[in-house]
Ligand binder design. Structure first.
Ligand SMILES: C[S@@+](CC[C@H](N)C(=O)[O-])C[C@H]1O[C@@H](n2cnc3c(N)ncnc32)[C@H](O)[C@@H]1O
Length: 193
């Protein structure tokens, strides 16, 4: 991610997790910490990575299932859960074919992963009244950090439009500081009608 990956090549997530070149598994996103009180019941973390957010929710007593394609990411999450004595459900799979039943979660979180075509499937796995939390990169000019592949970048106003049938609790687009660098992101927290 960032300047080192602006050419549009496909990132090798197993390699990144093996080298420890991605964010720490014990560093939940601020948005989740801020709105943690909205989550109860079963929560799915789609493209969980090494489990930073799923582990945080699990530490708060929330029942979490993380879906992730990278075996290395899953391995880090598994070790961290064992070390912390936390219960964390994990599924290795492809988010393009979500392996979850409709209405089976009271919460879904998605951080820094974008596959527009599965937005209806993400909405469908949430129960009515369930909470969707989504944060990822916006198209941004200047020096802001972003993935090289433009397919992974949101247009302004696009994220809420991907999820009709939700009532917004929080929506924000802007530049945010992350580990000393700036990123342009969109943040959404919404409740399914
Ligand atoms: C930028 S990382 C974000 C990880 C985590 N959500 C976080 O914020 O730390 C993107 C993650 O998406 C995973 N990923 C990419 N394509 C995927 C797919 N089709 N299905 C499941 N996971 C995928 C990668 O392995 C990587 O762990």
């Amino acid at each position: 991610m960032g300047k080192e990956n602006r050419g549009g090549e496909k990132p090798d997530w197993d390699d990144r997790y093996r080298k420890g070149s991605y964010d720490d598994p014990d560093d939940p996103h601020d948005l989740l910490v801020r709105y943690r009180h909205l989550f109860e019941g079963r929560v799915a973390d789609i493209a969980m990575g090494a489990g930073r957010d799923a582990l945080f929710l699990a530490s708060q007593g929330v029942s979490v299932t993380g879906l992730e394609r990278s075996w290395e990411g899953l391995g880090i999450a598994r070790k961290a859960a064992a070390t912390g004595g936390l219960s964390l459900g994990m599924v290795q799979g492809d988010a393009a074919r979500l392996p979850f039943r409709k209405g089976s979660f009271q919460g879904v979180i998605v951080f820094y992963f974008l596959l527009r075509e599965i937005a209806p499937d993400i909405a469908a796995v949430l129960d009515r009244g369930g909470i969707l939390m989504y944060e990822t990169f916006l198209k941004a000019g200047g020096d802001a950090e972003h993935p090289g592949n433009p397919a992974f970048l949101l247009e302004r106003g696009e994220l809420p439009a991907l999820f009709p049938g939700f009532d917004l609790i929080h929506y924000d687009e802007g530049l945010r500081e992350h580990r000393g660098r700036m990123r342009a992101t969109a943040q959404l927290v919404a409740r399914k009608r």
